[in-house]
Design a protein around this ligand. Sequence first.
Ligand code: BGC
Length: 420
Amino acid sequence: MKRFKVFTLSTLAAAAVSLAQVAQSTDVEVLHWWTTAGQAKAVAELKIALENQGYGWKDFAVTGGGGQNAMTVLKSRVVAGDPPTAAMMKAPLIYEWAEEGLVTDIHQVAIDEKWDELLPPMVQEIMTRDGKYIGAPVNIHRINWMRVNPKVMQDAGVEVPETWDEFFEVAEVLQANGVIPLAHGGQNWQELTLFEPVMLGVGGADFYRKVFVDFDVDAINSETMVEVLDTFKRLKAYTDKNAPGRTWNLTTAMVMRGEAAMQIMGDWVKGEFSAAGMTAPEEYLCVPAPGTGDGFVFTVDSFGMFKQKDEAELEGQQALAAAIMSHDFQRLFNLAKGSIPVRLDVDMNEFDSCAQGSSADLASSGENGTIVPSLAHRSAAGPTARGAMIDLISQFWNDDNLSSADAQAKLADAAARLSS
Ligand code: BGC
């Protein structure tokens, strides 16, 4: 009896404490576009990491791969003077909002938590402006990946292609075998995502940089650009008629089911395979997109914090930044997301062969100068330049009356406007 009484009292006391915590806890509103099966598992880790810091999670999820819708919604909230506490966005956009004086500085957290010792120099550089951290990095995604269904390849008697020439040969055989060679989702950002590995594979890293980082008109007007555009357009014949409008994760499911053989897309695709309980290399393969074995098209996912009036919300932002860079979160989030951690001290032995490959290629491409930022995934430039290029590449892909020379001229015009 006595025991029962003690138990009841302590339970009541515990309940009172947690009620008090709930009453005091501040919700941090976080905008992101991670809504598919694999992404949702990853984002659940972020929610837990924030809650562990004593803050509530107010979900502001906007569906749409590549963040197209999320970034439109974000802009309208910012323009209306009501930005979310934090938003998943890439560095060039954080720079733009920071220049407008809208972004909270999280430099003190970075100093307290020793980010300079934990992050590779490349990520430090991306996440800082004038020597101060203006965003919290989550991960590194590689764009020039290809997922392959090994059974489909085996049934057709073909090997995984390593060059674009081999790709087209293999694609012919697969098509003759009644398989869709290339799983493609017809949305403009997916088209630009496919274009990037083609440009890297055909033109090389220096050429890629000239075109998508410097918007160099001479590079765009070169013969190499025509070759890149020709190769890209040639791929269309190996996609299916139902591609237009299809989301990237439904496209991935085609490779899972063996309707399609290959998908060229960033390694968030791996998150979908993992969420479906599939493992590499048994049930799917991850290999660099043709011709890009030594290259790395990257994007760094990161969160920027918007200035808030409420003191508790400002503190919540610092807590979120610390949570994002915590060791456990980096490990758990990236295992689910398909990306690799930004923290250098996370043991990659726990990750699968795809992530280990990505990590090794990140290091070697850094040494060889073959690492380039993704424009499709907002790491190479801000929204204006990206918007101009994405429309033209997508128009070229979709309009069979546009020749490579036409597209080249349009791209050169756009680049001239961007660099003037
Ligand atoms: C982001 C990824 C996301 C992907 C698909 C990319 O821009 O970097 O985190 O999974 O879009 O939505």
